[in-house]
Design a protein around this ligand. Structure first.
Ligand SMILES: Cc1cc2nc3c(=O)[nH]c(=O)nc-3n(C[C@H](O)[C@H](O)[C@H](O)COP(=O)(O)OP(=O)(O)OC[C@H]3O[C@@H](n4cnc5c(N)ncnc54)[C@H](O)[C@@H]3O)c2cc1C
Length: 482
């Protein structure tokens, strides 16, 4: 019997984070799984410049994926830096989570290859790469299989299964073919981002592998992450219309990317003498949505079921988590512990319970990309001068805290009160804030459009005089928005 005539328990379309781990989990539960991807591995996904935290690694531990494989030659990142122009910065150590106190800015091709190979080597999985699914097969309203072609062949092949899962990313063919409705869509304001990998980037003054988030406070956010094989990923994101202002009609993404980098002197300074080692890739108008996750004979996981702006770096965790939960619910159905409808409703409920708070955080972070005013900058500095706020903020990307719970009226009022007191003391003593950003070394700053340095020192007295008026005009707005 040829492979295409055989019947599987589950067909998974897409073999990266969600699809490969779903296939492995289902097969470990005793099912026969066909895993298909039109890509051949190792290869990059459409667009991604990813950081993964300990929570994602713990999900991979559960199914036995080797960290040594996916994180080969990749530095451990133990600290996150958040800079707001040269006004202030916060340095936060990542919290320990199940024995890991680090993250990786992984090489996505290496990571996906490790996941694909792990699935392909799992007993019960048949993995075919280079196979593009072009349509679904139906029995009335029920999905019963897929058809498609192997790369380089013209023969249409058909595979049958009790369930077909779309793990095929944000442009999911499976979702389109079954007409899975979208919900919780939030596309305003839309954001765009561009990134590339660099070599020989100037080290940050802390001198260890880092993820440095930098805001120019004019609507653009940058991320520099130390990645595999001595490279550094450099990303720039902003509201679509802000990014558009830098494009000046130029078609090439390289020119736009360079203009964006030059807009951030502290980023541009670290790139002096560095070499860009990949092409510039990007995503215009990042979508934010959920899709109906299941139906008769089909289900969706990963970006196919839920996608959000990558600003928070949470897509891979959510993809791995959706695969875990779908596998658990479906295996419970197969064991007879639940009927199909209850099992899949449970999948939807558990998925939303885990991802909705992060979705809200992400949408808030995306909105906060807007240019900030003087009061917001002042409040930002006062917040990052509180060690407990910084510690709590570092827990958010590691899925150990919720940013919306952090910014309470109490925290804001206390931070303001303490900040004013500290500024009063500094105005008298000339002492610098621990959140001060060091000035750029002269040799690095050559050719770089520099903004003010040590703004805090100059600003202390000015702030003291301006504060009552600023608070009056802006304080109420902040509290109301909260
Ligand atoms: C710029 C950017 C930066 C990001 N940064 C981060 C980050 O820092 N941290 C993080 O956790 N997440 C990040 N993400 C999100 C992360 O990349 C995604 O959430 C994750 O890749 C989703 O995994 P997936 O398996 O669902 O889908 P994908 O990784 O998109 O894989 C889908 C697979 O399906 C296959 N496929 C599609 N259609 C077919 C078909 N018809 N037939 C056969 N195969 C098909 C494709 O070839 C592909 O291999 C980022 C995303 C972007 C865009």
């Amino acid at each position: 019997m040829s492979l295409s005539e055989s019947h599987f328990d589950v067909i998974v379309v897409g073999g990266r984070p969600s699809g490969a781990t779903l296939a492995a989990r289902l097969a470990q539960g005793g099912l026969r799984v066909l895993l298909l991807d039109r890509a051949t591995f190792p290869s990059l996904p459409a667009v991604s410049s990813p950081i993964i935290y300990a929570c994602s690694m713990a999900l991979l531990d559960e199914i036995g994926v080797s960290e040594a494989d996916y994180a080969r030659n990749t530095p451990k990142i133990r600290k996150l830096v958040s800079e707001s122009r040269d006004y202030y910065r916060a340095i936060a150590a990542l919290p320990e989570d199940r024995g890991r106190d680090y993250a990786y800015a992984i090489d996505r091709a290496r990571f996906d290859y490790a996941l694909w190979q792990h699935a392909a080597n799992t007993h019960g999985v048949t993995a075919i790469e280079g196979f593009g699914v072009s349509d679904l097969l139906w029995d009335g309203a029920r999905v019963i299989g897929v058809e498609g072609v192997q790369h380089g062949s013209r023969n249409v092949e058909r595979f049958y299964a009790e369930m077909v899962v779309g793990a095929d990313g944000r442009w999911s063919l499976v979702a389109r073919k079954v007409g899975a409705p979208l919900y919780n869509v939030d596309d305003a304001p839309t954001t765009s981002l561009y990134y590339a990998y660099w070599r020989n980037v100037q080290p940050y003054d802390i001198g260890e592998p880092l993820a440095v988030a930098h805001s120019t406070l004019d609507g653009l956010a940058y991320l520099m992450m130390d990645s595999a094989d001595g490279t550094t990923a450099v990303v720039c994101e902003g509201h679509a219309e802000t990014i558009e202002r830098f494009s000046q009609g130029a078609g090439a993404p390289e020119a736009l990317y360079e203009a964006l980098l030059q807009n951030a002197p502290r980023i541009w300074a670290r790139l002096q003498g560095a070499e860009r080692v990949t092409s510039v890739r990007g995503l215009k108008h990042t979508p934010n949505y959920y899709r109906q996750p299941f139906g008769d004979g089909w289900a969706l996981v990963g970006d196919a079921v839920h996608h959000k702006d990558p600003i928070g770096g949470q897509g891979i965790y959510d993809a791995l988590f959706s695969a875990k939960v779908l596998a658990e619910q479906y295996l419970a159905y197969k064991r007879g512990a639940l009927d199909y409808e209850s099992a899949m409703r449970g999948y939807k409920a558990r998925l939303e319970e885990e991802t909705l708070p992060v979705y809200r955080n992400t949408l808030a972070a995306r909105a906060n990309l807007a240019p900030s005013n003087a009061f917001q900058r002042l409040l930002g500095r006062y917040l990052v001068e509180s060690p407990e706020v910084v510690e709590a903020l570092a827990r958010v990307p590691a899925r150990m805290g919720d940013a919306t719970q952090l910014m309470t009226t109490r925290t804001i009022v206390l931070s303001l009160a303490r900040g004013v007191a500290r500024d009063a003391r500094r105005a008298l003593t000339g002492e610098l804030s621990p959140s001060a950003v060091p000035p750029l070394p002269i040799e690095r700053a050559q050719g770089v459009r520099e903004t003010s340095s040590y703004q805090q020192r100059l600003g202390c007295l000015g702030w003291m005089l301006a504060l009552p008026a600023i608070v009056m005009f802006n304080g109420l707005a902040v509290l109301r928005r909260e």
